[in-house]
Design a protein around this ligand. Structure first.
Ligand SMILES: Cc1cc2nc3c(=O)[nH]c(=O)nc-3n(C[C@H](O)[C@H](O)[C@H](O)COP(=O)(O)O)c2cc1C
Length: 344
């Protein structure tokens, strides 16, 4: 099936497929504690592009995870590194030694040096661009491709929606470098609209959490299956003097307690019981280990159940292959619905 310009899905995401070395341009966005060997290899084996989440792993653990993933798939996959990690240089070296083909740098603006270090061992670098100026800067620093992730996404988010980022960034940047769109994508029809706007491909996280190959605790998956879009909300910041990096997660006791907790800490600061810096640290530490508690231990009441708004479209546990086939079928059907023959 083709769109109004006669392009089929294969043409629309050809650039992304070539860049990733995969038959579809669907990246399985790295999710800490979730995107490990099983899910990553399942996504790559199903025709997508899996990405290992390094999160706070040590270089030794990352080395083992990459090797274990390679044992489960011969297809390409990437590794997601958080730029704030204290051992970033060694993590990059581990990727180099293991011949990782694509490195995704997340969690803050990466240095030109980190980008160069990765390119020096021959891998492609993908970075997150939260705004047009940053997209341009990243390209000047040598980034090979970009991900633009809107506020609908699960996990740490920026303030701007996917649809607005796509309109601001794609027209200018897509002619220069492959851009993958993320945040709020739950169906194939949405994929084709971003491809038609110039995206090279897409990145989905939330949609893969209930894959049968995903190791997340059954309670975590159940919470996803029960949730509607409106249940996935960003964390609330109660005082601009104490900034909170917004994280989109399912509302639970933990998210409610976080709001109260901020109030208590700020009251202690106002009473002179605590310095501002210490208060800020207490607020930042509230969520330490909270994603692990939800994903690994299954404490979905007090842990952080990070989820995007597309969680409402996650309605059953199914294999990764079924999820990717469903997305592709919806994209094909979307193209068929707008094909010139239908209009005539
Ligand atoms: C539970 C969870 C954990 C995540 N952890 C990470 C992470 O460690 N690194 C990262 O770059 N993005 C992380 N993300 C973002 C995803 O990689 C992906 O970009 C996002 O889920 C896409 O939006 P969607 O959830 O609307 O599909 C996480 C998302 C979720 C839902």
């Amino acid at each position: 099936m083709t769109d109004l310009t006669g392009r089929g899905l294969t043409d629309l995401w050809l650039r992304g497929c070539d860049f990733l070395g995969a038959p579809t341009a669907i990246l399985g966005g790295a999710m800490s504690w979730i995107s490990e060997r099983k899910l990553v290899s399942a996504i790559s084996n199903a025709g997508g592009f899996g990405v290992v989440a390094c999160g706070s792993m040590s270089p030794e653990l990352l080395d083992a995870e990459i090797k274990a993933t390679k044992a489960l798939t011969s297809k390409p996959f990437g590794v997601n590194l958080i730029t704030m990690h204290p051992d970033l240089d060694r993590l990059i070296q581990v990727c180099g030694v293991n011949g990782v083909s694509h490195v995704v740098l997340a969690g803050g603006l990466p240095s030109a040096q980190s980008i160069k270090q990765i390119k020096d061992f021959g891998a492609k670098v993908i970075c997150f661009a939260p705004a047009l100026v940053i997209a341009k800067k990243l390209l000047r620093s040598g980034t090979d491709a970009l991900i633009i992730e809107g506020a609908e996404a699960g996990g740490h988010i920026g303030p701007v929606s996917t649809s607005v980022l796509a309109q601001e960034i794609l027209p200018e940047i897509a002619p220069q470098a492959p851009v993958f769109v993320a945040g709020g994508i739950g169906r194939g029809e949405a994929i084709i609209s971003y491809l038609e706007m110039g995206a090279a491909g897409v990145q989905l996280g939330t949609r893969f959490v209930c894959a049968s190959e995903c190791v997340a605790h059954p309670n975590f998956k159940q919470a996803f299956l029960r949730a509607a879009a409106r249940d996935a909300q960003p964390t609330v910041q109660i005082d601009p003097a104490f900034p909170v990096i917004p994280v989109r997660a399912l509302v639970n006791k933990g998210t409610q307690r976080f709001t109260q907790f901020q109030g208590e800490v700020i009251a202690r600061w106002r009473n002179g019981e605590i310095e501002q810096k210490a208060a800020q640290l207490e607020i930042e530490h509230f969520w330490a280990g909270a994603l692990r508690r939800a994903v690994v231990d299954g404490d979905v009441e007090n842990g952080s159940v990070m989820a995007g708004q597309s969680v409402g479209m996650v309605t059953k546990e199914q294999s990764t292959l079924e999820i990717i086939q469903e997305l592709v079928a919806q994209a094909e059907a979307g193209l068929a619905a707008r094909s010139p023959r239908k209009i005539a």
